[in-house]
Structures are given as C-alpha cells and as structure tokens.
Ligand binder design. Structure first.
Ligand code: CP
Length: 316
C-alpha cells in the first residue's frame, strides 16, 4: 500500500489485512515494552492544518512505538499564516527527509494532491480532509466493533450482517463517509439518520439506508449506534434546528439510551458535545466504546504506518 487516502479505495481483503495487523499491534500494546524497531530510521511528519487531539496524538504514539522519528507540524504558528502554499510547505518537509506524511486539511482532496502531485516522495495518510474522508477513524471504528462482537476470534472476520445506525451531522462528517464505504465493504447494514438539512443533497449513491426518525431506526435495536458530533464550526445557521430540538429529536438522550438493550454498542468518534448529540449517561456507560476507540486508534495507526513505510512501497 503506497498511500491511505480513503476507505472507498480499500478492498475487503486490504481492510481485513489492516485490521488483522492492528490486532498484532494491539498485542504489542499489552507488553511491558510497547515498542517495535520496525520503522527505525524513518521520519513521520504530522502535518495538521486543522485542530486535533485524538488523531494527532495517536499518530505520534503509533509512529514512536514503531521507533520512527516524528515531526509535528501545526499550521498555527507556522509560515502557513504568512501565506506559504501547500506545495512549498510539502517541499520543505521533503527536504527534511519525510518518509511518511500524515495530513489533516480543511479542503477535501488535499491529501490526494500531496500523494499525486509529485511534490513529495513520501507515503501519505489522510487524517481527515474537509468533509471528504477520515479513513483511520473508520478503520478504528470497525476494529472496535469487530473486537466487541468477536473478541479473541476477530482475526480474519468482517462485519457481515451487523446492523449499524449512524446519527447526526452527516452533511459535514468525513467520519460518516469513511464509515459508510468501509462498513459496506465489510458486509454491514448501515442506516443514516439525520435532520433533512444535515444530510448531503444527494446521498442516493451511498450504500446505506436514509432515515429521519431516530426512534424508528432504533426499533428493533441495532448492534451499534454511532453518534456524530454536530460540527457547529462548519455550519450555517439555517442548517441547524435549535439545540433543545436537536437533542430531543436526534440526540441519544437518557430516555432513548434506556430503551436500548445492553448489547447495543454506543460509539462516538469524539470530540463529544455532551447533552447535545449524546447524554453523559450514554457516553459513560459500559455500552460506550468511546475510550476503547481512542485506545484502538493507536493500534490501527501503527498498522497503517507499518503497511505504508516498512519495506518497499508498492504502487497500490
Ligand atoms: N475523532 C477525531 O478525529 O478526533 P480529533 O479531531 O480530536 O483528532
């Protein structure tokens, strides 16, 4: 694998291989010495043009646990604020000897440009681009579902027939897009639920059912309910019902959470708006995988960096 830009590009076999390697990496996390020498001598640059807590820190932890050197670049406080272009920024990183570039950017397609422009000769991982994709988030979500559902027998398994309801601000969500493509590839049955103003104009090509009624989508109860963050920073006022109406109609509030059986997993990619899309009781319950998702993110990102940067990179 040369780059990891979108789950839409992954075959079932590629996705399962990555999840299985993440299982090996998870086993390393359980050891006293959590480090592997695999990427010694390689340099990974975290190139973040948007804020991040989980993704940036877990890529840094993943690279360090594979013994790579890590350079963290944040657009804030850099020469980007003086008008430096993506091309010049990328070529500066190339001159510093980057083998892998993990990029988060507000523009959909920026990682593809980096991977295909010829400006750099590094493997590129998309850490979230605009409203397009966030592939490692979807992979860690699938890894978390597979582990909860299949435990020690996860290796080699897909998510055939697993019922997943994804709820909220689908319009702005790169997490939703990456999940829809990956979960379909893995055989899951996905329903998207949102206010009509927070759905893309034409989601008919997506491999998912569309609904507007959360209570109907939760009866019968799915295996997984994934709540999405309301992305106020990307939102025009006209898109958004008021907060109380949103929470009552599309939030996982206490009453809805109490109607779910204890077997339904409650997921959220973070950061959470507690009391808006998800109530604290649901977020902090044993059904919630929020903290597991963060921990699993390190294993999945180790697997992605391993596939891109160890040995000879192919053309795929
Ligand atoms: N889930 C996620 O991408 O979180 P961060 O924005 O904190 O990286």
């Amino acid at each position: 694998m040369r780059h990891l830009l979108a789950t839409r590009d992954l075959s079932r076999d590629e996705a399962i291989e990555l999840l299985d390697i993440a299982e090996d990496m998870a086993a390393v996390q359980e050891r006293e010495v959590k480090k592997l020498p695999t990427l010694r001598g390689k340099t990974v640059v975290n190139l973040f043009f948007e804020d991040s807590t989980r993704t940036r820190i877990s890529f840094e932890a993943a690279a360090k646990r594979l013994s790579a050197d890590v350079i963290n670049f944040s657009a804030k406080g850099s020469s980007v604020s003086k008008g430096e272009s993506l091309k010049d920024t990328a070529q500066t990183l190339q001159a510093m000897g980057a083998d892998g570039v993990v990029v988060r950017h507000p523009s959909s397609g920026a990682p593809l440009v980096l991977a295909t422009s010829g400006w750099i000769d590094a493997g590129v991982v998309n850490a979230g681009d605009g409203t397009h994709e966030h592939p490692t988030q979807a992979l860690l979500d699938a890894f978390t579902m597979r582990r909860r559902l299949h435990g020690a027998a996860s290796r080699g398994r897909d998510l055939d027939g697993v019922r997943i309801v994804i709820v909220g601000d689908i319009l702005h969500s790169r997490v939703a897009r990456s999940n829809v493509w990956l979960l379909d590839t893995l055989g899951a049955d996905v329903t998207l639920v949102a206010p009509p103003t927070l759905l893309p104009v034409d989601p008919s090509g997506w491999p998912a059912r569309i609904g507007y009624d959360l209570d109907a989508a939760l009866a019968p109860a799915p295996d997984v309910v994934m709540m999405l963050r309301v992305q106020a920073e990307r939102m025009h006022a006209a898109f958004f019902p008021n907060s109380r109406e949103y929470s009552r109609t599309w939030g996982l509030d206490d009453a809805r959470f109490d109607r779910l059986p204890p077997t339904t997993m409650v997921m959220h990619p973070g950061p959470m708006n507690r009391g808006l899309e998800i109530a604290a009781r649901a977020a902090d319950s044993p059904q919630s995988t929020v903290r597991e998702q963060v921990a699993n993110g390190v294993s999945v990102r180790m697997a992605a960096l391993y596939l891109l940067l160890s040995g000879e990179r192919g053309d795929a």
